[in-house]
Design a protein around this ligand. Sequence first.
Ligand SMILES: [Zn+2]
Length: 219
Amino acid sequence: MESIFIILAILVLFFFFVQKRFIKQEELKDSVYKKKGPILNAQEVALYNALLAAVGKHGVVLSKVSLTNVIAPMATDKKEWFIASNRISKSYFDFVICDPRTLESRVVIELDDGKELNKGKVDRQKLLMHCCNSAGIPLIGITVKYSYQVGRLRRLLAAHIDLIEPDKEVRFCKKCGSPMVVKVASQGDFKGRRFFTCSRQPQCTYTENYNIVFEEEDN
Ligand SMILES: [Zn+2]
């Protein structure tokens, strides 16, 4: 009986030794790498540059951002948390536009390459739509052919990021013609977002979306 324990102990020690000595060393040394080409393909680069031009210094454009860096599971149950976490662990967003000061995610951009839908693509779209919807992050799909149109991109993004410089932007009330002032919403769904309101408040209650981008640019 005693000898069985001794043999077992020797075996355990042996495996421990083998693992430590050989397997652990192999892990890094035997894996050799080469540098890949550009991180984004040509279509993605085109959209990336157009997005940079569209947001200017009002946003930071990040590319290929892991879902786990943008959203987190809400589940309190351990198993549910694990399932939810697993679902998003291997996917990434094509582009995430963030607030330039805090790098908080503001809007997700997905590039539709125009290729036909296969099961993988449909599953990915379903996942991304569900995740963004669930976490309350706007998701914009952009097809390849529009990716160069900076003006169009600005209008798409205007609802989600502040593209206007308040000191350069002078607006007049469309009801009474008085100058308008910028205020920050203190409550409701748009809490923290800026909007224009008539300076003659409370006599005049006209307000305007801060982010209306007027159509004076390229199309
Ligand atoms: Zn007014």
